[in-house]
Write a protein that binds this ligand. Structure first.
Ligand SMILES: [Fe+2]
Ligand SMILES: [Fe+2]
Length: 419
């Protein structure tokens, strides 16, 4: 993560730094300000008064891109409300609940969502002297109240309670014994993996992605890979789909792992690393989604319509790929592109996906495999025995017509008997 050490901001007074301890980390400030005159007032002001590192962004697009990126980019965000589009404000609402934000707006300006932004304050930019004084007061006040992050190193790791620890330990032993079996029963191994994933999902949404949870996730991935084997065949996975349709979140992930590996194998990408990446991505891609109904959604519009689902879950749906990608980075020594697959799993080649609306040329090849595999899984669950690869290809002929998608589709439809 971005911050490794705790910090305490220090106020400078008359060019001398008070109580500055050398080991402390400066405050990272993200300044979103399109007006260069205001920026040239704020930047030197903050630098002269505080121990800060300032990143200045002058366009809404660059701010949105940064905020939608993998890490919370700052300890404090200062944003000019003027010219900030609804998209940027929404983005800030999504991302800045953990990071205090100071919005700069004219006096008396009403910001309806202001209360949802942690540490939000209005400052009047018309009077420069007043602006300077207000900013200093607000930042000092936030620091005094302990609003800034205290680093996110090992001390911030989520902790499991005793009951959850025991559950994880028990599951871990179960996976170990399945792994130790030289020829495990596939159905049983899938059931154990699904069960593990259910536990991982529950504990993660309740308590965070604790180290013990990561450990059983890694072991379950190993178990899934054992079932997948070196040459997974789509036909046998598809034939078994209905059998494993249980709790959506967990069973979906296990099936998706197998389908994406089998799809990659068809394209000729059949290395153990590729399978590992796809399987871990499948395990984690929806890990932050708490609700089975919303996890089934394929688009933001669909999610919005689920009025029976708590508003928070609907609200957070757009961001689940980004947040899940963050979780994947908590694994040590994993291949780097697992996070990319997860972050891109709801993107579409024509740019209509989310959260970033990327286009086909911006998607990683394994993300393309994963996206096609998700479609395949939904297609066969819907069609059952009626489904055929030709029908699937027809349905997606427009969507997957070029680039890596075309290559994948060709691999799938060529010689369908050998699936
Ligand atoms: Fe998803
Ligand atoms: Fe999914």
């Amino acid at each position: 993560m971005l911050l490794k050490r705790p910090f305490k901001i220090t106020l400078k007074r008359e060019d001398s730094v008070i109580e500055k301890r050398p080991s402390q980390k400066p405050l990272d400030v993200l300044l979103i300000e399109d007006d260069s005159t205001t920026a040239s007032l704020i930047i030197p002001l903050l630098q002269s008064k505080f121990d800060v590192r300032i990143q200045h962004l002058s366009t809404i697009q660059s701010a949105i891109e940064l905020l939608e990126g993998p890490w919370l980019p700052a300890d404090l965000i200062i944003c000019d409300y003027h010219g900030a589009s609804q998209a940027l404000l929404k983005c800030m609402l999504d991302f800045c609940q953990k990071v205090p934000c100071i919005l700069i707006a004219e006096e008396g300006f009403k910001v309806s969502d202001l209360s949802r932004i942690r540490g939000a304050y209005l400052v009047d930019p018309v009077n420069r002297k007043f602006l300077s004084r207000e900013l200093i007061e607000r930042i000092t006040g936030l620091e005094e109240k302990g609003e800034f992050r205290k680093g996110d190193g090992a001390n911030d790791e989520p902790r499991l309670d005793a009951k959850s620890k025991a559950l994880v330990e028990q599951q871990s032993q179960k996976i170990e014994s399945a792994l130790a079996d030289p020829s495990p029963n596939e159905d049983q191994a899938r059931a154990t993996a699904t069960e593990s994933l259910q536990i991982i999902q529950d504990l993660t949404t309740k308590m965070g992605f604790a180290p013990e949870v990561r450990k059983i996730a890694a072991k379950s991935v190993e178990l899934s890979l054992k079932v997948v084997g070196s040459k997974p065949r789509l036909s046998s996975i598809i034939a078994n789909l209905k059998k494993y349709e249980g709790q959506y979140l967990a069973s979906h992930a296990i099936m998706l792992a197998e389908i994406s590996c089998a799809t990659a194998c068809r394209v000729g990408w059949n290395s153990a690393t590729t399978y590992f990446k796809l399987t871990l991505a499948a395990y984690l891609h929806d890990i932050v989604v708490r609700n089975n109904d919303i996890a089934k959604c394929r688009s933001l519009e669909e999610a919005k319509q689920l009025v029976h689902v708590p508003e928070d879950d609907r609200f957070n749906y757009r961001l689940h790929p980004t947040r899940a990608a963050e979780f994947s980075r908590r694994f040590h020594e994993i291949p780097p592109d697992v996070d990319t697959i997860i972050a891109q799993h709801h993107e579409k080649p024509d740019g209509t996906g989310f959260p970033r609306g990327l286009f086909q040329s911006q998607l990683a090849p394994l993300s393309c495999v994963f996206i096609v595999a998700e479609e395949l899984l939904h297609f066969y669950l819907r069609e059952g025995a009626e489904g055929s690869m030709t029908k699937f290809a027809e349905e997606h002929s427009e969507e997957f017509k070029s680039g890596v998608f075309r290559k994948i589709m060709r691999a799938l439809v060529d010689d369908p008997k050998s699936l």
